[in-house]
Design a protein around this ligand. Structure first.
Ligand SMILES: Nc1ncnc2c1ncn2[C@@H]1O[C@H](COP(=O)(O)OP(=O)(O)OP(=O)(O)O)[C@@H](O)[C@H]1O
Ligand SMILES: [Mg+2]
Length: 340
């Protein structure tokens, strides 16, 4: 059956070209509506799929609880704005958070996205991440700490103040200036309620103890997120994603070798278990190795530039050293120098 789109028997000319340039006679003066548009039922809020940070978040491996929290905050802000349109009372919401997890589990990555998210939602003006640690907040004499902490707060206004290893502020007992930093933070949280989101981050056990020993903090940081160690499968997915983003693709042998390395180095209880940073270093070291291999060739095809072979991956007993970059760079430079 053919479906017709149209309005039945109209007097419109059949050939559209005939109508071009001709104006239909106006039968009556157009009615002008002076009243303001009724926006009450219009969804004026930015749609979820248009948010860049949500697209970036969706790309991240795992982190289901983080993804749920973003949905929750998005819905809350959207509905609260809609309620305001109706003249209803808006619920003040506190977005200060605590991130608990081992190194390399994505805490800084998520905090950075969170800042961008709040900016896109119109909650924060800038959405930048200002990352500090104990030494940036705690001073050496009375009054120094409050001043240092205020300086850091000022730098983070309009964005996120991310305090890494925040539990170390409670180090050293009663006479330590860390306590003063906590007091200055709490005061600033009240003063700049709408201009700042504070995220405290650190290992789970230490953060739990920190919060328990500072009951005032628990209610001021109502959102708590746990970052689980990545499984071997997730770490392999992260590695594949990182290669893909950088436009490198692995041969099947290279992929197998990658899995072996991750299994040996990053399995539960091993030194780099569940650690995304280990994977990033591994990916970057592999890319440098591939460059070393290719730099020996006189002419290179596009395919060669893209393909990573098993021999490019470091041996499974490989340990990431600080001077890896330097060594590879120096070697590559020597190889690229004519006569070198
Ligand atoms: N879910 C994820 N998907 C893909 N890559 C990730 C994910 N989480 C982390 N990464 C990558 O792993 C690396 C380490 O992440 P990040 O620096 O956020 O960890 P962290 O928890 O802040 O570590 P630390 O406590 O040592 O500071 C980064 O390169 C990041 O891009
Ligand atoms: Mg970090």
């Amino acid at each position: 059956m053919k479906i017709k789109f149209g309005f039945g028997n109209t007097s419109e000319p059949k050939d559209n070209r005939q109508g071009l340039g001709k104006r239909r006679p106006q039968l009556s003066a157009p009615r002008i509506n002076n009243s303001p548009p009724d926006l009450r039922n219009k969804d004026l809020f930015v749609s979820r799929d248009k948010l860049k940070c949500i697209k970036d978040l969706d790309k991240l491996v795992g982190l289901e609880n983080v993804k749920e929290l973003f949905e929750e905050i998005y819905s809350f802000v959207k509905i609260d704005k809609r309620r305001q349109q109706e003249g209803l009372v808006s619920t003040p919401m506190v977005f200060h958070m605590i991130f608990k997890g081992n190194p390399g589990t994505g805490k800084t990555t998520v905090a950075r996205l969170m800042g961008k998210f709040f900016r896109e939602l119109g909650v924060l003006e800038k959405g930048h991440l200002h990352e500090v640690e104990r030494a940036d907040l705690v001073g050496e004499y009375v009054g120094h700490t409050a001043q240092k902490t205020r300086d850091q707060i000022r730098k983070s206004l309009g964005g996120v103040l991310f305090i890494d290893e925040a539990y170390s502020l409670a180090r050293g007992g009663g006479r330590d200036f860390g306590r003063e930093a906590i007091d200055a933070l709490v005061k600033s949280m009240e003063d700049y309620r709408k201009e700042l989101v504070i995220i405290l981050a650190g290992y789970k056990e230490e953060m739990d103890l920190f919060i328990e020993s500072n009951p005032g903090l628990r209610s001021r940081f109502p959102i708590q997120l746990e970052f689980q160690d990545f499984s071997v499968v997730q770490l392999t997915d992260i590695a594949m994603m990182m290669f893909g983003e950088r436009q490198f693709f692995l041969t099947p042998e290279a992929e197998k070798h990658l899995e072996t390395i991750i299994n040996e180095e990053a399995l539960d209880g091993h030194r780099y278990s569940g650690n995304g940073r280990f994977v990033r270093n591994l990916v970057e070291k592999t890319i440098r190795n591939q460059a070393l291999r290719l730099a020996k060739s006189k002419s290179l095809t596009r395919e060669q530039l893209i393909l990573v072979e098993a021999c490019d991956l470091p041996a499974s007993s490989y340990k990431i050293k600080r001077n890896d970059t330097l060594v590879s760079y120096e070697m590559a430079k020597r190889m690229l120098t004519p006569g070198g």
